[in-house]
Design a protein around this ligand. Structure first.
Ligand code: DCP
Ligand code: CA
Ligand code: CA
Length: 375
């Protein structure tokens, strides 16, 4: 095994400390309706059909005091809360608010994984404004959401997705919770088992039969015992009970290219100087490529001459660029073919394109999206 592969394997086992935020809008559909119709404010509201087989899609917090909640048959909801006001859903309005919050996320990071219209994971380990505190970023995002949409959002801040999602639920509505490194295991152990993602009502019953009511009860079981009773779900439960989750934030967006460029204060012309400049740009761009987890097979060099004419030259490999050394070698070949340049340049740039889907297909996934719903 080469050193390079070794490094990758280590990274997969224990990724570097991340800063993750989970943002979730409060009583989303119901809040949009209360915002757009002042008559509904402060009142128990359910979004959904009130007729025979209708179900509640969303309930305002006023309605929840009566026990009304999402997915409940509307007849049951009316029995629990006779004054409940039913409102028809307006997806265009929810979509618009959703687009607005996603634009706000985009002000802070490209690493956004939307889970539904009203929630997303954000990796803010590196963020656009260079703010070191993820808590600060989360506060800013919640303020920006309130200012832009007149709606409230709750946020969870932690070092992985599993904990961040639990945290966003902790102080709802309009609240926030931070779980710092070292606090995850203790936090998880206090939770009723139902709060674990993937444990539904039937899962809760099964857990109860096995004597498990809390995260602490779960943490007391070993891997083999969990595998015996829960099959492949056991591994997830083992890690969850310890607050461990290595899944990266996966963006759904397909990027077309990753790149970067530099404008010089003094024009450059001399071959050696150009090659040094190229190496600097390789450093910058390769870091972005790694961060975006991008893989692609086309390298493009961009030059802007001092007469502002722009030249681009590309070279494609039959397969993805393997590593930084290969990226640098291809870039150098392209540049060398252009030398000597007809005139000095004021800018040089590099991009990698023909990208595969962003996010790595080979990263471990606990199967938390989908198959857990069976449990
Ligand atoms: N939704 C739905 N049917 C469900 C659950 C939810 O149509 N069974 C819709 C309506 C919700 C929105 O999705 O407003 C977001 O769902 P959440 O689970 O995030 O719940 P809310 O945002 O309504 O409330 P909370 O404040 O608990 O997040
Ligand atoms: Ca919500
Ligand atoms: Ca949600």
């Amino acid at each position: 095994m080469t050193d390079h592969q070794q490094a990758d394997d280590d990274t997969a086992a224990a990724p570097p400390q991340r800063k993750i935020i989970h943002v979730d809008m409060d009583a989303f559909f119901a809040s949009v309706e209360q915002r757009d119709n002042p008559d509904l404010r402060g009142k128990p509201v359910a979004v959904g059909g009130s007729s025979g087989r209708g179900v509640v899609a969303a309930a305002s917090y006023e309605a929840r005091k009566f026990g009304v909640k999402s997915a409940m048959p509307s007849v049951t909801a009316k029995r629990l809360c006779p004054d409940l006001i039913f409102v028809k859903s307006r997806f265009d309005a929810y979509r618009e608010a959703s687009d607005q919050i996603r634009a706000i996320f985009g002000h802070h990071t490209d690493l956004v994984e939307p889970l539904s219209l009203d929630e997303a994971y954000l990796d803010v380990t590196q963020n656009r404004l260079g703010i070191p505190s993820a808590t600060k970023v989360a506060l800013m995002i919640r303020q920006e959401i309130r200012a832009k949409t007149q709606l409230t959002a709750s946020a969870g801040v932690s070092y992985n997705k599993f904990l961040a999602k639990l945290a966003s639920d902790q102080n709802k509505p309009d609240g926030m919770c931070v779980i710092r490194p070292g606090e995850g295991a203790a936090f998880v152990q206090t939770l009723p088992i139902r709060r674990f993602h993937g444990v539904g009502p039937r899962g809760e019953e099964k857990m109860a039969r096995l004597g498990i009511a809390t995260g602490a009860d779960l943490a007391a079981k070993d891997r083999a015992w969990l595998a015996q009773h829960f099959g492949s779900f056991g591994d997830y439960l083992y890690r969850a009970a310890r607050g461990i989750d290595h899944r990266p934030v996966r963006t759904n967006r397909i990027r077309k290219s990753v790149g970067g460029e530099r404008t010089f204060s003094v024009d450059r012309h001399e071959a050696e100087e150009l090659l040094t400049t190229l190496a600097e740009i390789v450093d910058i761009v390769w870091e972005r490529i790694e961060r975006a987890r991008a893989r692609g097979r086309t390298v493009t060099l961009k030059l802007k001459y001092n007469d502002f004419r722009i030249a681009t030259r590309a070279r494609s490999l039959p397969r993805n660029v393997a590593d930084k050394a290969e990226f640098a070698a291809v870039a150098r070949e392209i540049l060398q073919d252009q030398l000597p340049l007809p005139r000095p340049i004021r800018l040089m740039g590099l991009t990698l394109s023909n990208l595969e889907r962003e996010g790595t297909a080979d990263e471990p996934d606990d199967g938390q999206n989908g198959q857990l719903a069976l449990f």
